[in-house]
Design a protein around this ligand. Structure first.
Ligand SMILES: [Zn+2]
Length: 63
């Protein structure tokens, strides 16, 4: 299963700053800094990277 493929629905959710898994607003999620990047930890366990004012899924090496 190609879990790392971003579907159009996931892209839409991220564009609206919502988790691709559970739809929670990422603006409410816990964050921390690592290597100059802002990691966003959704309550469902998914991890994202916040870049400027956008979000994307964290790469394996960023987790
Ligand atoms: Zn989530």
């Amino acid at each position: 299963m190609l879990k790392h493929i971003i579907t159009p629905v996931q892209s839409w959710l991220l564009a609206h700053h919502q988790c691709v898994g559970c739809g929670r607003p990422l603006g409410l999620a816990r964050t921390d800094q690592k290597g100059g990047k802002t990691r966003v930890f959704c309550a469902c366990g998914r991890i994202f990277i916040k870049e400027k004012n956008t979000y994307r899924r964290a790469l394996f090496e960023e987790i």
